[in-house]
Write a protein that binds this ligand. Structure first.
Ligand SMILES: Cc1cc2nc3c(=O)[nH]c(=O)nc-3n(C[C@H](O)[C@H](O)[C@H](O)COP(=O)(O)OP(=O)(O)OC[C@H]3O[C@@H](n4cnc5c(N)ncnc54)[C@H](O)[C@@H]3O)c2cc1C
Ligand SMILES: NC(=O)C1=CN([C@@H]2O[C@H](COP(=O)(O)OP(=O)(O)OC[C@H]3O[C@@H](n4cnc5c(N)ncnc54)[C@H](OP(=O)(O)O)[C@@H]3O)[C@@H](O)[C@H]2O)C=CC1
Ligand SMILES: N[C@@H](CCC(=O)N[C@@H](CSSC[C@H](NC(=O)CC[C@H](N)C(=O)O)C(=O)NCC(=O)O)C(=O)NCC(=O)O)C(=O)O
Length: 470
């Protein structure tokens, strides 16, 4: 291994989406001397225990659904063996490993110095790196970027047996398709995982604290997807809490004692309990307080709109800055920061715009959302200044299915003011994930209802319903 540089222009702590986005551009495009320090695996959460293995698993679940649906179209699919989850899991691991290698080569091609180790801030210009063999080295840097991301939030220790559960990282270690799972949480991860398990044939129990999940989304989405999950056979335990969890020492199976809207209950023979109750920034024990970097009450690093922290020459972005916790947001923030720091005059005000970030939940069906929910729009503009267009229909994909196999599609477009500017667009149904990106461009450009209407429909598609709303 080449000796580690003692000095660099830019030192990035964290080789995930945001850190990679910044370091690669700083070096490859602007010629800055950049170093990236990663403690675990290159690619960060997204590549290793997030978007990428999740989407591959979602694809497997979508195939299971397609096999089921194909019968309605007249196919005689002979399933001679059950789905081989173990082989699938090993192939998925190998794919991720391959990506880790590609990322390491990308860094070398871009001339970013890559150090595997644990980084800790010593002061505003120095970082201590503990290498894999335990030795420590100190690197001086003109600028330091903290892009350390987050980790799954731990359940309350007041729930006896909570430690028998796993989290989203553990989900990716499961190598036998479980017969029965329980998930606690009501956000992206709980809903995505529950949908995948259910589609793959696992008995799935989802414990939520309220009457619906995805409560940060428009009510149409919350209510629409919650009732669709129930229709699909997910056991949604509403207004629930967990009293205690027991583990059978012989079988390893769990029993969950809970309360829900139906009263007290006991769920036995659970293969895995998965806590998916949010994420916590990785800001402990990395020298932030000592260097004077301000954190908020939840432990996120406080940054301004240019990703500056409270200390000059120290920047933070991505999940650790607690804004919108999505990979493309972290990448874009990293690239804008790189432009601003090293791109010269033309980029001196470069920054990411956190308004109108499109986002998709890979639920069943997929959900897409950009802009304000209806309650947010009412609060901002007043009900009288809004025109809301809604549609609900059965996608033509389901034409050959029996009524009980037809999933709903629902769209809502929220327009404000006399010019009917689109301030919120919410879709659920087949293909929503791929559909939203283009509508996102339109919303970012300030599209009005008239602009949507002026675009001739593409027939027959689900998307055409968004340009023919009445
Ligand atoms: C299950 C799951 C599914 C997801 N699905 C999606 C999705 O479909 N679409 C989407 O847009 N987003 C998704 N996300 C969110 C996305 O993964 C994150 O928003 C994104 O990875 C954040 O990037 P980041 O660079 O801020 O942090 P990370 O990607 O978390 O990278 C931080 C890196 O810093 C390293 N690190 C931490 N501390 C140190 C230290 N002291 N020294 C050295 N290295 C350190 C960590 O090991 C890690 O590799 C998902 C997340 C999860 C958990
Ligand atoms: N497709 C994508 O783009 C994906 C993006 N992500 C990103 O990762 C982030 C983290 O995901 P996730 O972990 O799902 O977090 P989220 O913040 O999305 O959701 C967690 C939810 O769990 C519920 N909850 C919190 N504490 C408890 C508790 N003690 N018991 C039961 N329920 C609880 C809350 O909902 P309530 O108040 O209703 O109870 C809370 O909103 C997401 O916000 C997203 O930014 C993750 C996966 C996929
Ligand atoms: N949109 C395509 C994405 C395909 C893709 O990007 N695949 C990646 C794996 S997801 S890798 C995870 C994620 N990448 C992305 O989100 C892709 C970024 C987009 N292409 C862009 O450049 O903006 C990320 O964290 N990036 C940080 C960074 O690279 O700076 C890959 O094979 N990469 C090989 C390579 O890069 O050579 C899809 O979903 O099919």
């Amino acid at each position: 291994m080449a000796p580690i540089s003692k000095e660099t222009d830019l030192l990035v702590i964290g080789g995930g989406s945001g850190g990679l986005g910044c370091a690669r551009m700083a070096s490859a495009k602007f010629g800055a001397k950049a170093m990236i320090v990663e403690a675990m695996r290159l690619g960060g959460t997204c590549v290793n225990v997030g978007c990428v293995p999740k989407k591959v698993t979602f694809n497997a679940a979508a195939l299971a659904e397609a096999i089921h649906d194909s019968k309605a179209y007249g196919f005689s699919v002979q399933e001679t063996k059950p789905f081989d989850f173990t082989t699938f899991k090993h192939k998925r691991d190998a794919y991720i490993k391959r990506l880790n290698g590609i990322y390491e080569r990308n860094l070398a091609n871009d001339k970013v110095e890559y150090v595997h180790g644990w980084a800790k801030l010593l002061n505003r210009n120095e970082v201590e790196i503990t290498l894999d063999d335990g030795t420590k080295t100190t690197v001086r840097a003109n600028k330091i970027l903290i892009a350390v991301g987050g980790q799954p939030t731990k359940p309350s220790p007041e729930i006896p047996g909570a430690e028998y559960g796993i989290d989203s990282d553990g989900f990716f270690d499961i190598d036998v398709l479980p017969k029965k799972v329980a998930l606690v949480g009501a956000g992206y991860i709980a809903v995505e995982f529950a949908g995948m398990f259910n589609a793959l044939g696992t008995e799935t129990h989802l414990f939520i604290r309220h009457k619906t999940f995805l409560r940060n989304f428009d009510p149409m989405i919350q209510e629409g997807v919650t009732s669709e999950y129930e229709r699909l056979g997910v056991h949604v335990h509403k207004e629930s809490s967990q009293n205690r969890i027991e583990k059978d020492p012989n079988t390893g199976k769990l029993t969950i004692h809970y309360k829900d809207s139906n009263g007290e209950g006991k769920l036995e023979d659970v293969d895995h309990l998965i806590w998916a109750i949010g994420r916590t920034p990785m800001t402990k024990n990395i020298g932030l307080e000592e260097a004077g970097v301000k954190l908020d009450e939840k432990g996120y690093i406080v940054t301004d709109e240019y990703q500056n922290t409270s200390v000059d020459n120290i920047y933070a972005l991505g999940d650790v800055s607690g804004r919108v916790e999505l990979t493309p947001v972290a990448i874009a923030a990293g690239r804008r920061l790189s432009e601003r720091l090293y791109g010269g005059e033309q980029f001196k005000t470069a920054r990411i715009d956190y308004e109108n970030v499109p986002s998709v939940v890979f639920a069943h069906p997929e959900v897409g959302s950009i802009g304000l929910t209806e309650p947010q729009a009412v609060e901002k503009y007043g009900r009288d200044n809004l025109t809301i267009y809604k549609t609900s229909f059965t996608a033509m994909y389901y034409a050959m299915m029996e009524p009980e196999d037809k999933a709903p599609t629902k769209y809502k477009v929220i327009c404000a003011g006399p010019e009917q500017k689109v301030v919120g667009l919410h879709i659920m149904g087949l293909g929503s994930g791929e559909m939203l990106q283009g509508f996102g461009v339109a919303v970012k450009m300030g599209a009005t209802k008239k602009d949507l209407d002026s675009c001739i429909a593409i027939h027959p598609t689900s998307a055409e319903e968004l340009v023919t709303l009445k």
